[in-house]
Design a protein around this ligand. Structure first.
Ligand code: GLY
Length: 371
Protein backbone atom coordinates (compact mmCIF):
# COMPACT_ATOMS: atom_id res chain seq x y z
CA UNK A 1 0.00 0.00 0.00
CA UNK A 2 1.34 3.47 -0.76
CA UNK A 3 1.55 6.28 1.75
CA UNK A 4 -0.78 8.59 -0.17
CA UNK A 5 -3.95 6.67 0.64
CA UNK A 6 -6.74 8.52 2.43
CA UNK A 7 -9.62 7.08 4.37
CA UNK A 8 -13.03 8.72 4.65
CA UNK A 9 -15.74 7.39 6.93
CA UNK A 10 -19.46 7.07 6.28
CA UNK A 11 -21.04 7.31 9.69
CA UNK A 12 -24.18 5.15 9.92
CA UNK A 13 -23.98 3.51 13.32
CA UNK A 14 -23.42 -0.22 13.07
CA UNK A 15 -23.49 0.08 9.26
CA UNK A 16 -20.61 2.59 9.16
CA UNK A 17 -17.84 1.99 6.64
CA UNK A 18 -14.65 3.41 5.19
CA UNK A 19 -13.83 4.65 1.72
CA UNK A 20 -10.18 4.06 0.89
CA UNK A 21 -8.90 6.51 -1.74
CA UNK A 22 -5.66 6.87 -3.67
CA UNK A 23 -3.25 5.20 -6.09
CA UNK A 24 -2.98 1.47 -5.42
CA UNK A 25 -5.86 1.45 -2.91
CA UNK A 26 -7.13 -1.81 -4.46
CA UNK A 27 -4.16 -3.60 -2.88
CA UNK A 28 -5.78 -2.94 0.50
CA UNK A 29 -8.86 -5.00 -0.44
CA UNK A 30 -8.11 -8.10 1.65
CA UNK A 31 -7.84 -6.03 4.83
CA UNK A 32 -11.25 -4.44 4.20
CA UNK A 33 -13.26 -7.65 3.81
CA UNK A 34 -15.67 -8.65 6.56
CA UNK A 35 -14.07 -10.66 9.35
CA UNK A 36 -14.97 -14.31 8.86
CA UNK A 37 -15.68 -14.14 5.12
CA UNK A 38 -14.23 -17.27 3.55
CA UNK A 39 -15.42 -16.86 -0.04
CA UNK A 40 -15.96 -13.99 -2.44
CA UNK A 41 -17.87 -13.60 -5.68
CA UNK A 42 -16.22 -10.84 -7.71
CA UNK A 43 -18.67 -9.16 -10.08
CA UNK A 44 -17.16 -7.26 -12.99
CA UNK A 45 -17.50 -6.70 -16.75
CA UNK A 46 -15.45 -7.66 -19.79
CA UNK A 47 -13.18 -4.73 -20.64
CA UNK A 48 -12.60 -3.66 -17.04
CA UNK A 49 -9.04 -4.77 -16.75
CA UNK A 50 -8.67 -4.28 -13.00
CA UNK A 51 -7.49 -7.33 -11.10
CA UNK A 52 -8.10 -7.55 -7.37
CA UNK A 53 -6.76 -10.04 -4.86
CA UNK A 54 -9.20 -10.72 -2.02
CA UNK A 55 -6.90 -13.25 -0.33
CA UNK A 56 -9.76 -15.77 0.06
CA UNK A 57 -11.32 -18.39 -2.20
CA UNK A 58 -13.10 -16.50 -4.99
CA UNK A 59 -14.82 -16.71 -8.33
CA UNK A 60 -15.09 -13.97 -10.96
CA UNK A 61 -18.47 -13.44 -12.67
CA UNK A 62 -18.76 -11.06 -15.62
CA UNK A 63 -22.02 -9.29 -16.31
CA UNK A 64 -22.94 -7.67 -19.64
CA UNK A 65 -22.20 -4.07 -20.56
CA UNK A 66 -24.76 -1.35 -21.22
CA UNK A 67 -28.05 -0.42 -19.59
CA UNK A 68 -29.74 -3.57 -20.91
CA UNK A 69 -27.62 -5.62 -18.50
CA UNK A 70 -28.87 -3.59 -15.55
CA UNK A 71 -31.77 -5.98 -15.17
CA UNK A 72 -33.51 -8.49 -12.93
CA UNK A 73 -32.24 -11.18 -15.33
CA UNK A 74 -28.65 -10.22 -14.50
CA UNK A 75 -29.43 -10.27 -10.78
CA UNK A 76 -30.91 -13.75 -11.24
CA UNK A 77 -27.80 -14.92 -13.10
CA UNK A 78 -25.61 -13.57 -10.31
CA UNK A 79 -27.75 -15.35 -7.72
CA UNK A 80 -27.36 -18.62 -9.61
CA UNK A 81 -23.58 -18.14 -9.80
CA UNK A 82 -23.52 -17.46 -6.04
CA UNK A 83 -25.55 -20.62 -5.43
CA UNK A 84 -23.22 -22.76 -7.58
CA UNK A 85 -20.20 -21.32 -5.75
CA UNK A 86 -21.79 -21.90 -2.35
CA UNK A 87 -21.59 -18.28 -1.19
CA UNK A 88 -22.97 -17.92 2.33
CA UNK A 89 -24.38 -14.87 4.10
CA UNK A 90 -21.15 -14.43 6.03
CA UNK A 91 -19.13 -14.32 2.79
CA UNK A 92 -18.78 -11.30 0.52
CA UNK A 93 -19.62 -9.94 -2.92
CA UNK A 94 -16.97 -7.69 -4.46
CA UNK A 95 -18.06 -5.32 -7.23
CA UNK A 96 -15.24 -4.18 -9.51
CA UNK A 97 -16.37 -1.58 -12.03
CA UNK A 98 -18.38 1.55 -12.63
CA UNK A 99 -21.84 2.52 -11.45
CA UNK A 100 -23.64 -0.19 -13.41
CA UNK A 101 -21.58 -2.92 -11.75
CA UNK A 102 -21.88 -1.46 -8.24
CA UNK A 103 -25.65 -0.96 -8.68
CA UNK A 104 -26.30 -4.49 -9.95
CA UNK A 105 -23.83 -6.32 -7.69
CA UNK A 106 -25.04 -4.24 -4.73
CA UNK A 107 -28.66 -5.23 -5.39
CA UNK A 108 -27.70 -8.89 -5.85
CA UNK A 109 -25.80 -8.74 -2.53
CA UNK A 110 -28.77 -7.06 -0.82
CA UNK A 111 -30.98 -9.95 -2.00
CA UNK A 112 -28.60 -12.89 -1.61
CA UNK A 113 -29.65 -14.73 1.56
CA UNK A 114 -31.59 -11.53 2.45
CA UNK A 115 -28.42 -9.50 2.66
CA UNK A 116 -24.75 -10.37 2.17
CA UNK A 117 -21.90 -7.87 2.57
CA UNK A 118 -20.65 -6.11 -0.57
CA UNK A 119 -17.38 -4.25 -1.10
CA UNK A 120 -17.23 -1.83 -4.02
CA UNK A 121 -13.99 -1.35 -5.94
CA UNK A 122 -15.00 1.65 -8.04
CA UNK A 123 -13.00 1.89 -11.27
CA UNK A 124 -14.57 4.93 -12.94
CA UNK A 125 -14.39 8.54 -11.81
CA UNK A 126 -18.18 8.72 -11.69
CA UNK A 127 -18.42 5.67 -9.44
CA UNK A 128 -15.59 6.91 -7.20
CA UNK A 129 -17.21 10.29 -6.52
CA UNK A 130 -20.83 9.17 -6.52
CA UNK A 131 -22.31 5.81 -7.48
CA UNK A 132 -20.29 3.48 -5.21
CA UNK A 133 -20.91 5.55 -2.09
CA UNK A 134 -24.20 5.75 -0.24
CA UNK A 135 -25.88 2.40 -0.66
CA UNK A 136 -28.21 3.06 -3.60
CA UNK A 137 -28.45 -0.17 -5.59
CA UNK A 138 -30.88 -1.29 -8.24
CA UNK A 139 -31.83 -2.36 -11.72
CA UNK A 140 -34.15 -1.21 -14.52
CA UNK A 141 -37.45 -2.69 -15.68
CA UNK A 142 -38.87 -2.31 -19.19
CA UNK A 143 -41.26 0.17 -17.53
CA UNK A 144 -38.54 2.47 -16.22
CA UNK A 145 -35.05 3.05 -14.89
CA UNK A 146 -33.97 1.99 -11.40
CA UNK A 147 -37.50 0.85 -10.49
CA UNK A 148 -36.30 -2.17 -8.49
CA UNK A 149 -33.64 -1.58 -5.88
CA UNK A 150 -32.64 -1.34 -2.27
CA UNK A 151 -30.60 0.79 0.04
CA UNK A 152 -27.76 -1.58 0.89
CA UNK A 153 -24.72 0.07 2.33
CA UNK A 154 -21.40 -1.46 1.28
CA UNK A 155 -19.03 -2.93 3.85
CA UNK A 156 -16.24 -0.77 2.37
CA UNK A 157 -15.50 1.24 -0.79
CA UNK A 158 -12.18 1.42 -2.62
CA UNK A 159 -11.44 4.31 -4.98
CA UNK A 160 -8.13 3.38 -6.56
CA UNK A 161 -7.15 6.37 -8.69
CA UNK A 162 -4.64 4.20 -10.63
CA UNK A 163 -7.57 2.39 -12.22
CA UNK A 164 -8.64 5.66 -13.87
CA UNK A 165 -5.59 5.69 -16.15
CA UNK A 166 -7.34 3.45 -18.67
CA UNK A 167 -10.64 5.35 -18.76
CA UNK A 168 -11.67 6.59 -22.20
CA UNK A 169 -12.06 10.38 -22.57
CA UNK A 170 -15.87 10.26 -22.50
CA UNK A 171 -15.78 8.50 -19.12
CA UNK A 172 -13.48 11.22 -17.79
CA UNK A 173 -15.93 13.86 -19.00
CA UNK A 174 -18.79 11.98 -17.39
CA UNK A 175 -16.95 11.83 -14.06
CA UNK A 176 -15.96 15.49 -14.25
CA UNK A 177 -19.60 16.47 -14.78
CA UNK A 178 -20.66 14.62 -11.65
CA UNK A 179 -17.70 16.14 -9.85
CA UNK A 180 -18.54 19.68 -10.97
CA UNK A 181 -21.78 19.61 -8.95
CA UNK A 182 -19.74 19.25 -5.74
CA UNK A 183 -18.21 22.69 -6.37
CA UNK A 184 -21.65 24.15 -5.57
CA UNK A 185 -22.76 21.94 -2.72
CA UNK A 186 -19.78 22.38 -0.44
CA UNK A 187 -16.35 21.68 -1.97
CA UNK A 188 -14.43 24.93 -2.56
CA UNK A 189 -11.59 25.26 -5.08
CA UNK A 190 -12.37 21.90 -6.65
CA UNK A 191 -11.09 22.19 -10.25
CA UNK A 192 -7.69 23.49 -9.14
CA UNK A 193 -6.88 20.55 -6.83
CA UNK A 194 -4.82 17.47 -7.80
CA UNK A 195 -7.10 14.68 -9.00
CA UNK A 196 -6.71 12.48 -5.91
CA UNK A 197 -7.65 15.40 -3.69
CA UNK A 198 -10.69 16.09 -5.85
CA UNK A 199 -11.85 12.47 -5.56
CA UNK A 200 -11.24 12.53 -1.81
CA UNK A 201 -13.02 15.87 -1.33
CA UNK A 202 -16.09 14.76 -3.31
CA UNK A 203 -16.20 11.34 -1.60
CA UNK A 204 -15.91 13.05 1.80
CA UNK A 205 -18.80 15.40 1.04
CA UNK A 206 -20.94 12.55 -0.23
CA UNK A 207 -20.06 10.58 2.90
CA UNK A 208 -21.20 13.51 5.10
CA UNK A 209 -24.46 13.92 3.20
CA UNK A 210 -25.26 10.19 3.30
CA UNK A 211 -24.34 10.02 7.00
CA UNK A 212 -26.87 12.81 7.67
CA UNK A 213 -29.66 11.58 5.37
CA UNK A 214 -29.25 7.99 4.24
CA UNK A 215 -32.72 7.61 2.69
CA UNK A 216 -33.00 10.96 0.88
CA UNK A 217 -35.56 12.43 3.22
CA UNK A 218 -34.05 15.89 2.76
CA UNK A 219 -30.39 16.85 2.56
CA UNK A 220 -29.40 14.01 0.20
CA UNK A 221 -31.48 15.69 -2.51
CA UNK A 222 -28.64 18.21 -2.98
CA UNK A 223 -26.70 15.39 -4.63
CA UNK A 224 -29.22 15.69 -7.47
CA UNK A 225 -28.04 19.22 -8.28
CA UNK A 226 -28.05 19.60 -12.08
CA UNK A 227 -29.82 16.26 -12.49
CA UNK A 228 -33.42 17.28 -13.30
CA UNK A 229 -32.44 18.50 -16.75
CA UNK A 230 -29.85 15.72 -17.10
CA UNK A 231 -32.50 13.05 -16.50
CA UNK A 232 -34.82 14.73 -19.03
CA UNK A 233 -31.99 14.77 -21.60
CA UNK A 234 -31.38 11.08 -20.89
CA UNK A 235 -35.07 10.20 -21.13
CA UNK A 236 -35.38 12.12 -24.41
CA UNK A 237 -32.39 10.22 -25.83
CA UNK A 238 -29.91 13.11 -25.94
CA UNK A 239 -27.71 11.64 -23.20
CA UNK A 240 -26.56 8.15 -22.29
CA UNK A 241 -27.57 6.55 -19.04
CA UNK A 242 -25.04 6.66 -16.18
CA UNK A 243 -24.47 2.91 -16.35
CA UNK A 244 -23.72 2.86 -20.05
CA UNK A 245 -20.02 2.53 -19.41
CA UNK A 246 -17.88 1.97 -22.47
CA UNK A 247 -14.82 -0.22 -22.60
CA UNK A 248 -12.32 0.80 -19.99
CA UNK A 249 -9.51 0.87 -22.53
CA UNK A 250 -7.62 3.52 -24.44
CA UNK A 251 -5.79 6.67 -23.61
CA UNK A 252 -5.93 8.56 -20.32
CA UNK A 253 -7.67 11.89 -19.94
CA UNK A 254 -7.78 13.89 -23.16
CA UNK A 255 -7.70 17.01 -21.03
CA UNK A 256 -7.58 17.39 -17.29
CA UNK A 257 -9.41 20.14 -15.48
CA UNK A 258 -7.81 23.44 -16.40
CA UNK A 259 -8.77 26.09 -13.89
CA UNK A 260 -9.18 29.68 -14.84
CA UNK A 261 -11.03 29.84 -18.17
CA UNK A 262 -13.06 33.05 -17.91
CA UNK A 263 -16.10 32.04 -19.97
CA UNK A 264 -18.05 28.86 -20.70
CA UNK A 265 -16.51 27.05 -23.63
CA UNK A 266 -19.09 24.63 -24.98
CA UNK A 267 -17.26 21.62 -26.39
CA UNK A 268 -18.27 19.98 -29.68
CA UNK A 269 -18.92 16.52 -28.20
CA UNK A 270 -20.60 13.77 -30.24
CA UNK A 271 -24.14 12.77 -29.25
CA UNK A 272 -25.31 11.31 -27.02
CA UNK A 273 -23.90 13.20 -24.08
CA UNK A 274 -22.49 11.10 -21.27
CA UNK A 275 -24.39 11.29 -17.98
CA UNK A 276 -21.95 13.75 -16.38
CA UNK A 277 -21.94 15.95 -19.47
CA UNK A 278 -25.72 16.18 -19.22
CA UNK A 279 -25.28 17.10 -15.53
CA UNK A 280 -22.90 19.90 -16.61
CA UNK A 281 -25.56 21.35 -18.91
CA UNK A 282 -27.98 20.89 -16.02
CA UNK A 283 -25.74 22.91 -13.69
CA UNK A 284 -25.45 25.82 -16.13
CA UNK A 285 -29.23 25.68 -16.60
CA UNK A 286 -29.96 25.45 -12.86
CA UNK A 287 -27.82 28.54 -12.22
CA UNK A 288 -29.75 30.55 -14.81
CA UNK A 289 -33.07 29.33 -13.49
CA UNK A 290 -32.06 30.28 -9.94
CA UNK A 291 -31.10 33.75 -11.20
CA UNK A 292 -34.42 34.11 -13.02
CA UNK A 293 -36.13 33.32 -9.71
CA UNK A 294 -34.04 35.99 -7.94
CA UNK A 295 -32.19 33.41 -5.83
CA UNK A 296 -28.62 34.11 -7.04
CA UNK A 297 -26.82 36.92 -8.88
CA UNK A 298 -24.80 37.16 -12.09
CA UNK A 299 -21.53 36.50 -10.25
CA UNK A 300 -22.76 33.15 -8.97
CA UNK A 301 -24.00 32.21 -12.47
CA UNK A 302 -20.52 33.07 -13.75
CA UNK A 303 -18.99 30.74 -11.14
CA UNK A 304 -21.10 27.89 -12.52
CA UNK A 305 -19.97 28.71 -16.06
CA UNK A 306 -16.34 28.84 -14.97
CA UNK A 307 -16.39 25.46 -13.23
CA UNK A 308 -18.11 23.79 -16.19
CA UNK A 309 -15.60 25.46 -18.51
CA UNK A 310 -12.64 24.43 -16.32
CA UNK A 311 -13.67 20.81 -16.77
CA UNK A 312 -14.16 21.43 -20.51
CA UNK A 313 -17.74 20.22 -20.35
CA UNK A 314 -20.67 21.19 -22.57
CA UNK A 315 -22.75 24.17 -21.47
CA UNK A 316 -25.46 24.21 -24.13
CA UNK A 317 -28.42 21.99 -24.99
CA UNK A 318 -27.60 19.37 -27.62
CA UNK A 319 -28.83 20.13 -31.11
CA UNK A 320 -32.49 19.18 -31.52
CA UNK A 321 -33.37 19.34 -27.81
CA UNK A 322 -36.59 21.33 -27.52
CA UNK A 323 -37.72 23.02 -24.28
CA UNK A 324 -41.32 21.73 -24.55
CA UNK A 325 -40.17 18.12 -24.93
CA UNK A 326 -37.69 18.40 -22.06
CA UNK A 327 -40.36 19.89 -19.79
CA UNK A 328 -42.67 17.00 -20.66
CA UNK A 329 -39.96 14.53 -19.56
CA UNK A 330 -39.29 16.53 -16.38
CA UNK A 331 -42.99 16.29 -15.48
CA UNK A 332 -42.96 12.52 -16.15
CA UNK A 333 -40.02 11.97 -13.79
CA UNK A 334 -41.01 9.64 -10.93
CA UNK A 335 -39.99 12.28 -8.39
CA UNK A 336 -41.90 15.18 -10.08
CA UNK A 337 -45.39 14.63 -8.51
CA UNK A 338 -47.05 16.67 -11.24
CA UNK A 339 -45.08 19.89 -10.82
CA UNK A 340 -41.70 21.16 -11.89
CA UNK A 341 -39.26 20.75 -9.02
CA UNK A 342 -35.57 21.62 -9.23
CA UNK A 343 -32.64 21.56 -6.88
CA UNK A 344 -31.50 25.19 -7.00
CA UNK A 345 -28.83 27.41 -5.51
CA UNK A 346 -29.93 30.28 -3.31
CA UNK A 347 -29.24 32.34 -0.20
CA UNK A 348 -29.41 29.18 1.99
CA UNK A 349 -27.31 27.15 -0.45
CA UNK A 350 -28.58 24.42 -2.74
CA UNK A 351 -32.08 23.09 -1.92
CA UNK A 352 -35.18 21.65 -3.67
CA UNK A 353 -37.59 24.27 -5.05
CA UNK A 354 -41.07 23.07 -6.06
CA UNK A 355 -43.70 24.67 -8.29
CA UNK A 356 -41.37 26.44 -10.72
CA UNK A 357 -43.53 27.97 -13.53
CA UNK A 358 -43.09 26.13 -16.84
CA UNK A 359 -43.01 29.43 -18.80
CA UNK A 360 -39.88 30.46 -16.94
CA UNK A 361 -38.28 27.05 -17.46
CA UNK A 362 -39.02 27.34 -21.20
CA UNK A 363 -37.37 30.79 -21.35
CA UNK A 364 -34.24 29.64 -19.54
CA UNK A 365 -33.96 26.49 -21.65
CA UNK A 366 -34.31 28.61 -24.79
CA UNK A 367 -31.30 30.68 -23.61
CA UNK A 368 -29.24 27.49 -23.61
CA UNK A 369 -30.07 26.34 -27.11
CA UNK A 370 -26.89 25.83 -29.12
CA UNK A 371 -26.07 27.70 -32.31
N1 GLY B 1 -26.44 9.86 -6.76
C1 GLY B 1 -27.20 10.53 -5.80
C2 GLY B 1 -27.29 9.80 -4.49
O1 GLY B 1 -26.57 8.86 -4.27
O2 GLY B 1 -28.09 10.17 -3.69
Amino acid sequence: MTRTLRSVGVDLGDRSYDILIGPGARHGLAALLPVGARRAVIVTQAGIDVKVEPGIDHEVVEIGRGERSKSMETVGELGRAMARFGLSRSDVVIAVGGGLVTDVAGFAAASWHRGTPVVHVATTLLAQVDAAIGGKTGVNLPEGKNLMGAFWQPHAVICDTETLSTLPPEEWRSGFGEMAKYAFIGVDGLPGMPLEEQVAACAALKARVVSADEREGGLRMILNYGHTLAHALEAAGFAAEPGDVLDQVGAGPAAGPAAGHPLPRPQPVPLPLRHGEAVAVGLVFAARLARALGRIDDGRVREHDEVVSAYELPARLPRGAEPAQLIEFMLRDKKAHGELTFVLDGPRGVEPVAGVPSGLVTEVLAELKGP
